[in-house]
Design a binder for this molecule. Sequence first.
Ligand code: C2E
Ligand code: CA
Ligand code: CA
Length: 632
Amino acid sequence: MEDVLFYQNYTSATDISAIAVCVVCWLLLGSTYTIKQKNLVTFNIGNALVCTAAISSISYHRLIERITENNIVAIYFFRNLTYISLILTFVVYITYIKNFLNMNGRIECIVDILSWFGAVVFIVGEIASPFIRWGFYIDENLQVHQNYYLDLFRFFYVYYVILIWGSMILNKKKFITKMYNCLRNVILISFLMMAVQDSSQDTSLVCITFSLPILVVLFLFHYNAYDYETGTLDFRAFDAYIRDMKKKRFTMLYLYLKDPTPEKMHELTVEFYHFNERYFKNPCTFRLRDNKMALIYEDDKNKEAEQQIPVLIEDFNELYEQYQIDYRIVIIKSDHSLHGAYEYLALDEFLEGRMDINTVYFCKDKDIAAFGKTLYIMKELKDICEKGDMEDERVLTYCQPILNIEENVFTSAEVLMRLKLPDIGIVFPDQFIPLAEKKDYIHTLSKIILNKACKEMNSLDKKGYYLERISINFSVQELRDKNFSKDVLEIIDANNVKYGRIAIELTESRNETDFEKMKKVMNELHGFGMKFYLDDFGTGYSNFERIIDLPIDVIKFDRSLTLLAGKNLESRYLVGSFSEIFRKSEYQVLFEGIENAEDERICQDMQAHFLQGYKYSKPIPMEQLTEFLSPK
Ligand code: C2E
Ligand code: CA
Ligand code: CA
């Protein structure tokens, strides 16, 4: 089948379309916010190669229609340029996929070798073909020869499709299925187009089949749409923006709005966007959540921005008076210790949590340090929970001995948790309990504390000390866990401790559903003999009816009541009456926060059963309880 002259069926319309597609890709890139990572460079090279191929393909076909002695070199040149550009597009395509997939060393190496090997062989073969009269060449009589079976491009096209497809299949798990399917289908469509044009002996479609995958890649991996109504970008773009800034300094203004309606939010977003344009050069506005926006500007491009901010905030206030929506604004300057969008957003939320409504806060260095500590604690808490080691050495069982007034000896103790973290040492509960509660790490911590406290108890028993009971703090939210009772009983069983020697301290809950769950779980555990202490009585909104409804053994009067009783006679009478009511109703009464002899005397007068406080001991490691306990 020598000398089938495919070029004779060529029309330039599709190559012109291919050029147009390349230009459209660049226009889109220039007018949307795109992720400027390494792969965008690869993308641009690919697009340029296809564009080059299409332009030289048009030139080649124009020239070959009128062959003369003088343009033979130009014909070879443009023909080679067309096909070499296209083969290199394949190499770029493979590089792109490789970067995108973060392929592992060995596979990456093999794919690299195969793709460059193919390119080199093709380029050499293509350039050599006129000399060795192989495939395409023009003879002395200006006759064109094109050996169908020795057409290198056809061969290498199939080679690269297999290579690309093969590396995609090998790394299928790293793709989002939708993206994978889309890419696969586009490769298939391009391949079919090539097959169709081959069967009709044409070469017009070659370049456009290369543009299609480029367009898909742009759309799938680089396109970050503005919300076209408000000009804002989403979190993904926010994340990319911060990564792209690298060493550049920038400032971000976070705006939180309290419960805006969607319509008001929409209007405000538009206002906010125009605000930013008025005050800053090249700002980007992001909408991170339904009620949170962020504005970022580059410091170098906005040297006077610092002075602008107070004016901006004043304008803001006017706007919010008009809209009547509460807000908080946090202003954060970029800091090398913060990495990525999640950390900036977390810092914003960390600061916002401490702010009053309708205020503005400038983040300070000390805030970043405090936040860094919080992040570190979070990381360690997560690790503790993921490891789930019931003996984890980072969780310490401190405790405070409790004086039994009747016997005048310390017979019980409250267990208080501390963390001991490698980088920062001892951490107190106020710094980690709220975090652990928020992230649902608290139950694992409680289990570790319970397990360790039981072990300490056994060790004190063995040494011959008398410790009637320990009380352990649990968070009300833990009771929601359906495994709560099972977990607690299992740990106590495993340590062979009598149920009656363990008490759970709980504070009152304000939540109706918590109350019902709490009651159910408490009754179950109480049935096994465990005890319950009501913690911090006097600080919540105590409801006697509810307290009576729960199986509580000991009422712990909060330190504020101890202080109140010391104030004057009337207060003492009030607190004393509470104490008396509980005593009469068969509860035992414990006063917390006894700091001195005066506190002690007053609480004894009010007929407490137990006293606890710094007067006797600050919280100490549990093994040091030996200094307070009596022998059996
Ligand atoms: P809490 O249960 O009310 O614990 C008593 C707190 O009062 C302890 O603080 C203790 O050190 C302190 N305290 C004791 N005597 C005195 C005193 O005479 N004067 C004063 N001013 N304070 C005294 P700590 O250990 O920092 O614990 C704080 C809170 O953290 C606890 O309050 C408790 O709610 C929580 N917590 C501690 N350990 C755990 C735990 O293992 N699990 C849970 N869920 N919460 C815990
Ligand atoms: Ca407590
Ligand atoms: Ca307490």
